[in-house]
Design a protein around this ligand. Structure first.
Ligand code: 6CS
Ligand code: FE
Length: 306
């Protein structure tokens, strides 16, 4: 199987996770990398917590931020979504159907409040422990998932995209999704397949140029086949991240996840911070002809909080 991308042949390191195949059969590959790189002595998680994260690929931290803080961030999201000038910024992604704000990327550079949150020890010490190293922000965004017309995200592995399109070598990254509204089963709550992070699901289909211009609204390329989703669901089941505002979900970069549409009156808004190990910095994309913009995939790798 030959890759069709110039950058792939230039990438000086071997590709442990080939994907976006031009043809042939997409396979389920065993994850060669650990899930937890740190130890119980490195941070707030005890050995049982780390074992559970290793097994499931995710950890829920109830009440990570207080109700008062939730109000503060909720007001900040309102300020961002009503900033007329920001609406024309390329970092703002709107809902295809309603034109409402769907996400704001690189939000830590737009909001000082969220920049401070990304450096908060309650998050930083946990992700450093899971990744066993210093970390930097690969990506930050806020997702509004508005009521009535909020579109979900089809099943996918974030790492598959970050590997193919951003050049992330290994799945040594953790996402932190902080709920700013109550997450119910019925308002588009994030669904994960516990344990699926140990399988890398190859995807068929070459990455179109400037794919992010469509994929952030509706991802068509880089999504697994129904056959593979069925197999993973049969093996792992599906958990749903529900819980009160202020809870946080820390999940592995290669976790299979998705969310349904939200037709209820209740928005499902969150702050989404992606921490990458400073030992896993981006190279050239493994399966795309050019890099994505830095507001989606940062290449500023100074260790956060140092
Ligand atoms: O392409 C990305 O980087 C983004 N897309 C999705 C659906 N989840 C991860 C990430 O925010
Ligand atoms: Fe995702």
């Amino acid at each position: 199987m030959t890759l069709a991308y110039e950058t792939a042949t230039e990438s000086r390191i071997s590709d442990a996770y080939p994907t976006r195949l031009r043809g042939g059969e997409a396979r389920l590959l065993d994850r060669g990398d650990p899930t937890v790189w740190g130890t119980a002595g490195d941070g707030p998680f005890g050995s049982a917590d780390l074992a559970a994260h290793d097994e499931n690929g995710y950890t829920i931290v109830e009440g990570l931020i207080s109700p008062a803080e939730v109000q503060e961030y909720w007001a900040e999201l309102g300020r961002l979504s009503s900033d007329e000038q920001l609406k024309s910024d390329e970092r703002v992604v709107t809902e295809p159907s309603s034109g409402e704000v769907r996400s704001v990327f690189e939000v830590h550079r737009i909001s000082e409040l969220i920049d401070r949150l990304a450096r908060d020890p309650r998050i930083l010490y946990r992700v450093r422990q899971l990744l066993g190293s210093d970390v930097y922000l690969h990506q930050s965004r806020v997702n509004y998932m508005p009521g009535f017309r909020g579109n979900g995200f089809y099943w996918h592995s974030d790492f598959e995209t970050w590997h193919a399109e951003d050049g992330m070598p290994r799945p040594r990254a953790v996402s932190c999704s902080i709920a700013l509204t109550d997450n119910y089963p019925f308002n588009g709550g994030l669904m994960v397949m516990p344990g699926s992070h140990r399988t890398f699901v190859q995807c068929l289909g070459e990455t179109p140029d400037e794919h992010y211009r469509t994929s952030l609204q509706q991802q068509e390329i880089g999504v697994p086949s129904e056959r593979d989703i069925t197999a993973l669901a049969a093996e792992h089941g599906i958990d749903q991240f529900t819980g009160p505002a202020g809870s946080a979900l820390l999940f592995d970069a290669n976790m299979m996840h998705g969310s349904g549409n939200n037709i209820t009156p209740y928005p499902r808004s969150n702050i989404f911070l992606v921490f990458n190990s400073v030992e896993n910095t981006l190279v050239e994309p493994f399966a795309a002809n050019s890099r994505r913009p830095e507001f989606i995939a940062s290449r500023e790798v100074g260790p956060l909080g140092r």
